[in-house]
Design a binder for this molecule. Structure first.
Ligand code: SF4
Ligand code: SF4
Length: 241
């Protein structure tokens, strides 16, 4: 479906470049989309378009979190390796765009600023804008195909892209699985809509404190994954052997 920024009048050079980015992403990413961000990107004002890229996590490793009711060393490695893979894809796309005369900036998959435990750029916001999914009650991006069992990276650019229709509503419905499973009691239970503060979904300090106190031996307490692994979205796929 067309929206105001689908750029059907975009220059041929930009159209061709988007097509060649699509070819790369078809090979290397599990899901991706293109977003127009003008009204939400403040720090990166000239880069008003985003490429949101997701790589899925191994189902058997994610299922291991549910079996153990705790993060696992395997999940820690999968998390780090997937982030590295995403960073490589993003840097490759960034270079490709720059070589064609446009500007681009790959935002690393898990770079933290340390401020209020937020990443440098809201990958999840770019992803909802790019039509990849909605934000669940667990504050994670929920995609239709893989649920929250993915990691994300973003490339910002001034290349005029044909953008997707943003997702503006939560499809969590009455589900409370992540709320019930969170051992820290950190998930508040509100349903997301665009612009809702993350603090209304999750108490990040409570979550972080729990992880540091209970899972320090695994990824220095940076990960947990229980509210991701328990989500019914993404579970329908047969787990990998
Ligand atoms: S990551 Fe773990 S502690 Fe944090 S909200 Fe999810 S289930 Fe709770
Ligand atoms: S577990 Fe249920 S409420 Fe939580 S994010 Fe998934 S669908 Fe939404």
């Amino acid at each position: 479906m067309r929206n105001n920024h689908d750029n059907h009048n975009m220059p041929v050079k930009a159209k061709n470049l988007q097509q060649s980015i699509i070819k790369i992403l078809n090979k290397r990413a599990d899901i991706y989309g293109f977003a127009y961000l003008e009204d939400i990107v403040l720090k990166f004002q000239k880069l008003k378009y985003a490429i949101s890229i997701a790589v899925k996590l191994s189902n058997s490793i994610v299922d291991g979190i549910v079996d153990n009711l705790s993060p696992t060393q395997e999940y820690c490695e999968e998390y780090r390796n997937t982030n590295l893979m995403l960073d490589k894809i993003a840097s490759n796309i960034e270079n490709k765009i720059k070589k064609s005369g446009y500007n681009a900036l790959a935002i690393p998959a898990s770079k933290k600023t340390g401020f209020a435990l937020r990443g440098e750029f809201p990958h999840k916001t770019a992803a909802t804008r790019a039509g990849l999914g909605w934000i669940g009650k667990n504050s994670l991006l929920i995609t239709r195909k893989y649920g929250p069992r993915i990691r994300l990276v973003t490339v910002l650019t001034d290349l005029p892209l044909k953008a997707a229709k943003p997702i503006k509503k939560s499809y969590c419905g009455k589900c409370t699985k992540c709320i019930d499973a969170c051992p820290a009691g950190a998930i508040i239970g509100e349903k997301w809509y665009p612009g809702l503060d993350r603090e209304r979904l999750i108490d990040v300090f409570r979550c972080d404190k729990w992880k540091k106190r209970n899972y320090y031996a695994i990824c220095e307490g940076h990960i947990c994954g229980i509210c991701m692994a328990i989500c019914p979205f993404g579970k329908s796929e047969k787990p990998k052997k």
